[in-house]
Ligand binder design. Structure first.
Ligand SMILES: [Zn+2]
Length: 161
């Protein structure tokens, strides 16, 4: 990285910080020649895990595909595009952390629905029943029950406080 002031080659990173959205790193750099300090924002190349479908076939991860179902489920609900973008960021961060190489479709569905449940229960039910292609009704019903029970637990905890 060249110094923007004296154009020297030798700059030193003195601080690195991952930005809250998790897609860029803010770096404080110091020029060894002129002692000036400057900041760079560098995009991180993120490799999303491969998506493993029910029949074992793999496909590349496609955020738009999930967002499309989410938007339909959220029609006429008080949820903004920004809310959904943030939701997807949380889901993706979790995927990268826990399933960096490959992730099964039902895991993505569960993560997405869990987030949606906290955002809007009506949209959650719509998404779960119409827009998430489960191909597995048993898994769907059990995760629906599990998530509903979990959310009731949260409400109860909040009431007690
Ligand atoms: Zn310099």
């Amino acid at each position: 990285m060249h110094c923007p002031i004296c154009h020297a080659n030798d700059t030193k990173v003195i601080d690195s910080r991952l930005m809250p959205e998790g897609v860029s790193v803010r770096r404080r750099r110091k020029c060894e020649s002129c002692d000036n300090r400057f900041t760079t924002y560098e995009k991180i190349q993120i490799q999303m895990p491969a998506v493993v479908k029910h029949d074992g076939r793999r496909e590349s991860y496609n955020r738009e595909k999930i967002l499309c179902g989410l938007k339909k489920a959220c029609q006429k609900r008080p949820i903004s595009t920004e809310d959904l973008d943030k939701l997807m960021e949380r889901v993706e961060r979790h995927m990268l952390e826990h399933y960096p190489k490959e992730v099964k479709t039902h895991i993505i569905g569960e993560l997405t629905m869990k987030e949606l449940l906290y955002l809007d229960p009506v949209a959650y039910t719509r998404f779960a029943s119409f827009y998430w292609d489960y191909n597995d009704i048993e898994g769907f019903v059990s995760s629906l029950l599990k998530n509903l029970t979990a959310s009731k637990g949260v409400e109860r905890e909040q009431l007690q406080q």
